[in-house]
Design a protein around this ligand. Structure first.
Ligand SMILES: CC(C)(COP(=O)(O)OP(=O)(O)OC[C@H]1O[C@@H](n2cnc3c(N)ncnc32)[C@H](O)[C@@H]1OP(=O)(O)O)[C@@H](O)C(=O)NCCC(=O)NCCS
Length: 190
């Protein structure tokens, strides 16, 4: 993945193991900012920096993890990240979506400046380079702003599911892009 310049001196680059602490911190901060009111409080509280640090350290430290992570770096440090890999849903794979975006988070203070679009373009480029043609992702049905973002990038709803978790059943929809080349070309200027 080649570094891609984004808006306002934010650069998109591949993540390394040293980025794990900042990625874990952004993951938890973005969860708090995004999901208060959308998810049960107990579920939000259950996501700790320690847990996320362990998970991202494992992923970034294992070249065979199958997950690629891109980070968005500004002058004061990381402001967002995204991850992708092979499709995990057999149903969506059968529908042609061989790749999957597994996470994308930009801190609220850094949103609406093109960083999310640049991250999606970088993930699309990586998926294409690793032989994928299409990709999808899961988003909470009620996460309206993220859904508007995916729609702005040309995604369309290609699936839905009720995901049972310990504290709640989550209603989610899948957005898909059948042409990763188009997604790679589509950064939106902020
Ligand atoms: C979704 C997310 C990654 C978008 O990142 P971003 O850096 O703000 O995205 P961009 O600046 O590239 O936005 C591109 C376009 O998407 C649309 N968009 C983005 N955020 C939007 C919002 N909150 N409401 C409506 N449209 C939005 C707009 O059309 C925007 O262009 P504009 O700013 O010129 O109007 C970011 O808001 C985020 O991390 N949200 C919290 C975590 C989350 O929900 N992640 C997804 C989990 S599945």
């Amino acid at each position: 993945m080649d570094p891609v310049p984004s808006m306002e001196a934010v650069t998109i680059r591949p993540a390394g193991l040293d980025d794990a602490p900042a990625i874990a911190a952004i993951h938890v901060a973005a969860w708090l900012e995004t999901y208060a009111g959308l998810l049960p409080a107990a579920m939000i509280a259950a996501l700790t920096v320690e847990m996320r640090l362990a998970a991202w350290t494992r992923i970034l430290g294992d070249p065979a993890s199958g997950t690629t992570v891109a980070v968005a770096e500004g002058p004061a440090g990381l402001v967002g990240f995204g991850s992708c890999g092979a499709q995990r849903s057999a149903e969506l794979a059968a529908d042609g979506f061989d790749g999957e975006v597994s996470a994308i988070y930009v801190l609220r203070a850094a949103q609406r400046r093109g960083t999310g679009s640049a991250l999606m373009a970088a993930l699309a480029a990586h998926l294409r380079q690793s032989g994928h043609r299409a990709a999808s992702l899961w988003v909470l049905h009620d996460n309206v702003s993220a859904r508007q973002f995916y729609e702005r990038l040309g995604g369309s709803v290609v699936g839905e599911r009720a995901e049972r978790r310990e504290q709640a059943t989550l209603m989610e929809v899948a957005y898909g892009w059948r042409d990763l080349a188009a997604l790679q070309r589509s950064p939106v200027s902020g």
